[in-house]
Design a protein around this ligand. Structure first.
Ligand code: SF4
Ligand code: SF4
Length: 458
């Protein structure tokens, strides 16, 4: 097969296509997501290679095909009809972490976010990875569970019960997890702790501070809502302490980042519309998220819904108003807490979708530095992916583990008491790293440290 001039010759991309199966049909404009892209986006890469040393998958394997430059060459070759979408192409797109370190390094401003999302969407559209088990897992997760907040909450309740009555601990102690199928056995240690109360039980629909200057909407997330609803409460408290009235719509759906990053573009659009409908945009100064992965996706609703006549303008308004909590506090000026708690050494791991996806680096540090008594200890390779990367630690456990071990070495070297990070996926991954390494270090969201400091004023 002719592989095309822009593709490194080491690529073996000749595969027979399995039968076409996909969740949501989308004819698109040309029948191809990559061809639908503005061609200038595909042309932007000038092959300079400056992104290579920042790409974790390239650094691990040393292979061009696992680098941003190699992946972009493949995408362009497909758009140019020099290559077909094959299983090998799709696997390469899923070997990419989507960490976006390449976008920070790139002098040509290559829009890798759009490229890799379209490449995965194209792989799914063509069904080259189809297998009954994979299709079922994707269908149940993306179309059933993460589309239905009530069902997600119900499953969260079951998991909470399983953990609260000690079944999980007993099963682990008796090593009964050995009886699970291999896939589930490997996933089990990553099971997050589910909270007793979800966000809407601990945050009122509207909470108003004594002195109100701003009115903001609060996004409670889906995984965040089950596993870190306390961080949502902390976020509301911090906003109230900074004169923001907090509006928290009930039963918010998933933001769709999981769908957008996993090739389900049509589902991502549907969830974006549903999210926008939850908020009265005209009445809000900002829409606040405390999850970096969600924030990075939420800020692209304008692009996602650009061709939707009913939602394009609302999506633009939405994208203008979305702020990460640290970004918003920095913008309005954080009120420093008045009392110092016990002095604490804290290091900060930068979630990829905050530092690379949104270029937010100084604001979380400013937030941490505003806390009296807190000493910020810089982390080596703080912007290097921890291996969480959405569901990467589930789909690519070996590479994710290598990245986690590298991260934990740096965390241990700081001898900090707390590692702070602004993304639930990173928190779960780091908690797993702390357990594996036997470290005595807490994993916290920066906003929780600030909320605790405000509470000690009382
Ligand atoms: S997103 Fe991350 S893993 Fe993927 S090409 Fe860019 S730097 Fe490499
Ligand atoms: S740094 Fe940018 S322009 Fe250079 S090879 Fe990487 S993606 Fe292409």
């Amino acid at each position: 097969m002719e592989t095309g001039k822009t593709v490194p010759s080491s690529f073996d991309l000749v595969e027979e296509k399995p039968p076409h199966v996909r969740l949501e049909p989308d004819p698109g404009k040309t029948g191809s997501y990559l061809k639908d892209l503005d061609y200038s986006v595909l042309q932007q890469c000038m092959h300079c290679g400056l992104c290579l040393p920042t790409c974790p998958t390239y650094v691990i394997t040393g292979k061009e095909k696992n680098s941003p430059r190699g992946r972009i060459s493949l995408m362009r070759a497909i758009a140019d009809e020099e290559l077909e979408v094959t299983k090998a192409f799709a696997e390469e797109m899923y070997f990419c972490l989507g960490c976006l370190a390449c976008t920070t390094a790139c002098p040509a401003d290559v829009d890798y976010t759009q490229l890799f999302e379209m490449a995965r969407a194209e792989a799914e559209r063509q069904g080259v990875l189809d297998k009954p088990k994979r299709n079922f897992v994707r269908w149940i997760a993306l179309k059933v569970i993460f589309k239905r907040p009530r069902l997600l909450h119900f499953l969260g309740r079951l998991l909470w019960f399983y953990q609260a009555v000690g079944l999980q601990t007993a099963i682990r102690q008796l090593q009964l997890t050995r009886l699970l199928p291999k896939d589930l056995r490997e996933l089990e240690p990553l099971t997050p702790s589910v909270r007793r109360h979800f966000s809407q039980e601990i945050i009122a629909a509207v909470e108003t501070p004594s002195e109100k200057k701003y009115r903001v909407g609060l996004l409670t997330g889906c995984v965040q809502d089950l596993t870190f609803s306390d961080i949502n409460r902390d976020t509301a408290d911090v906003l109230l302490a900074n004169n923001c009235e907090v509006v928290t719509p009930r039963r918010q759906p998933c933001c769709g980042s999981l769908h957008g990053h996993n090739g389900e573009w049509e589902l991502a659009k549907e969830l974006a519309r549903r999210n926008i409908d939850q908020f009265d945009l005209d009445s809000l100064d900002a829409i606040i998220t405390n999850a970096a992965g969600c924030g990075s996706h939420l800020k692209h609703y304008d692009r996602l819904l650009a061709d939707d006549p009913d939602y394009a303008s609302k999506a633009r308004q939405w994208a203008e108003k979305v702020r990460d909590i640290s970004e918003w506090l920095d913008e309005i000026g954080i009120r420093p807490p008045k009392v110092s708690e016990k002095p604490e050494n804290v290091t900060y791991h930068e979630a990829c979708h905050l530092c690379h996806g949104q270029q937010i680096t100084k604001q979380p540090r400013n937030l941490l530095k505003s806390i009296p008594g807190l000493e910020l200890r810089e982390l080596g390779e703080s912007t290097w992916c921890c291996g969480s990367a959405g569901v990467y630690n589930i789909t690519q456990p070996e590479t994710a583990q290598k990245l986690l071990e590298r991260k934990m070495k740096h965390v241990a070297a700081t001898e900090a008491e707390v590692v702070a990070t602004g993304n639930p996926g990173c928190m779960i991954q780091l908690q797993s790293g702390v357990r594996q390494e036997g470290l005595k270090i807490r994993v916290e969201h920066p906003v929780s440290l600030l909320a605790r400091s405000y509470r000690s004023e009382k």
